[in-house]
Design a binder for this molecule. Structure first.
Ligand code: MD3
Ligand code: FE
Length: 204
């Protein structure tokens, strides 16, 4: 479905094997050095979501080095290939060329949320590709002007693909919570929700 212009939701796009593979890869990316952590916000807050970045680390704008001093983990070629397949399925033959170079892997425990925000760090306006794994997430897709209404609430289930391009690329969005215990039992993620986003950062 296309809940907003340029925003395409394809439920159950990843098969079980692909979901297991992404969960296993995320487990390795999460390990130190340069592993998963609660992101610290410029204002002093700490996010409830835990994140590991591949290819580039946005916080605190040190780019290629994690806060623990280790180099950021590389963005694998197979993940770029999966992103290109996702874009082709979402947009069809008219899909733009896609060379993602950064991934953010977010882990939500039962209590984690992500407030409404825009993703403006990337220089490129290329689409963002999102894969959901594990427990269902309650995703809020807002408008491009402000954090208020109108918005749409959409449940993102394990295996779902979401592509955000065109006008929706700068929409406010967030996760109001997860639905504990709703994920599949056989993908290697006993609790919580993983979300993997692919981006063209476009610096290099
Ligand atoms: C709409 N992650 O990492 S993914 C983020 O589920 C982020 O972890 C959420 O927002 C999550 O920045 C939502 C879906 C998503 C990602 C990027 C977008 C939606 C977007 C960029 C523009 C518009
Ligand atoms: Fe975002």
């Amino acid at each position: 479905s296309e809940p907003a212009p340029g925003a395409v939701h394809i439920p159950d796009w990843l098969d079980g094997g692909e979901q297991r593979h992404l969960v296993q890869a995320s487990r390795e990316w999460a390990r130190p050095p340069a592993g998963m952590r609660h992101t610290r916000l410029p204002g002093g807050g700490v996010m409830s979501v835990q994140t590991v970045c591949l290819g580039w680390h946005w916080e605190p704008y040190r780019y290629l080095r994690h806060v623990d001093g280790a180099p950021v983990k590389p963005f694998p070629g197979w993940l770029a290939e999966l992103g290109r397949r996702a874009l082709a399925d979402a947009y069809g033959p008219g899909a733009p060329d896609y060379r993602p170079d950064v991934a953010l892997v977010n882990f939500y425990d039962d209590a984690a949320k992500m407030g409404l925000h825009q993703d403006r760090d990337e220089r490129s306006r290329a689409p963002v590709v999102s894969f959901s794994l594990g427990d269902t997430g309650r995703f809020r897709l807002g408008n491009t002007d402000n954090r208020g209404r109108p918005w749409r609430d959409i449940e993102l289930e394990s295996g779902d693909l979401f592509v955000f391009g065109g006008p929706s690329r700068l929409a406010y969005h967030g996760v109001t919570g997860i639905l504990p215990g709703t994920g599949p039992r056989d993908i290697g993620l006993p609790r919580g929700r993983l979300n993997i986003t692919l981006r063209e950062f476009g610096l290099r």
